[in-house]
Design a protein around this ligand. Structure first.
Ligand code: NAP
Length: 248
């Protein structure tokens, strides 16, 4: 059976590392992105150079229309999805809750929560063995923030990841007897560009001394946990979490 994976936010950071590793492991890869076509194309090019199969598809996961188009495009160009990594996520300028306005909260929750639900819905429609599909696996990219809360920085972001943790547990149980597994990874401080959105590009350097392993993590270290959860090695694992945190 052909393995077909959709990685939301596959153009940069953890998503890009996951795209490369998935291609190495034999998946045909859909690299979803929001605006950065250059980055997405470069991930696709490097997968193709190594003999893999990949496409880049622009879609805002916060838009229901875009999400439907994303999965229809994958149907047409790659085939029925067998694996989904709900990786795309955003945070905004560090601030206390008392300074957050409604527009910001809606942006964070719509992308980080609604987007994950919409992508999961489209994947599940295509995966279930009871609907003639081959089953499949979903991995949500949550965050250690769901249990630390991110006070003074972005409690809204942390709360959105708390919702994803709960969704992982509930959805895993809902589709467990349909051949679909749903798990999550919870990274801590990983060297990517997301920290610039919070106004602190070098945040990992500042906080790494609070990590028991005394260092930040690399995107590939998260990607390896994601690929394990997607693989047959994890065939009896669902509704579970892997913290990729250096002990945090
Ligand atoms: P990143 O480097 O900022 O990359 C974000 C990716 O998501 C990009 O590919 C971006 O596309 C895409 N994206 C953003 N909004 C989108 C939208 N509305 N629709 C579709 N794609 C969208 O982020 P990262 O650090 O790799 O984070 C990936 C995930 O890991 C996130 O869910 C984040 O919360 C989680 N996480 C990260 C850390 C960390 O320390 N880095 C820790 C814990 C959890 P463009 O390239 O087009 O902009």
């Amino acid at each position: 059976m052909e393995k077909i994976i959709v990685i939301t936010g596959g153009s940069r950071g953890i998503g890009a590392a996951t795209a490369h590793l998935a291609a190495e492991r034999g998946y045909a890869v859909c690299v979803n992105y929001l605006h950065n076509q250059k980055a997405a194309t470069s991930v696709v090019d490097s997968i193709e150079k190594l003999g893999g199969k990949a496409i880049a598809v622009a879609a805002d996961i916060a838009s229901e229309t875009d999400v439907i188009n994303l999965f229809n495009t994958v149907d047409e160009q790659l085939g029925k999805v067998t694996a989904l990594v709900n990786n795309a996520g955003i945070l905004e300028q560090q601030m206390r809750v008392e300074n957050m306005d409604g527009d910001r909260l809606n942006r964070i929750f719509t992308t980080n929560i609604t987007g994950v639900f919409l992508c999961s819905r489209e994947a599940i429609k295509r995966m279930p063995s009871k609907n003639g599909g081959a089953g499949g696996a979903i991995v949500n990219v949550s965050s250690v923030a769901s249990r630390l809360g991110s006070p003074g920085e972005y409690v809204d972001y942390a709360a959105s990841k708390g919702a994803i943790d709960t969704m992982t547990i509930g959805l895993a149980k809902e589709v467990a007897d349909e051949g679909i597994r749903v798990n999550a990874v919870r990274p801590a401080f990983i060297y990517t560009e997301i920290h610039a959105s919070g106004g602190e590009p070098n945040r990992v350097e500042r906080v790494k001394e609070f990590v028991p392993m005394k260092r930040g993590g690399q995107p590939i270290e998260v990607a390896k946990a994601i690929l394990w959860l997607l693989s047959d090695e994890a065939s009896y694992t669902t509704g579970s979490f892997i913290d990729v945190t250096g002990g945090k």
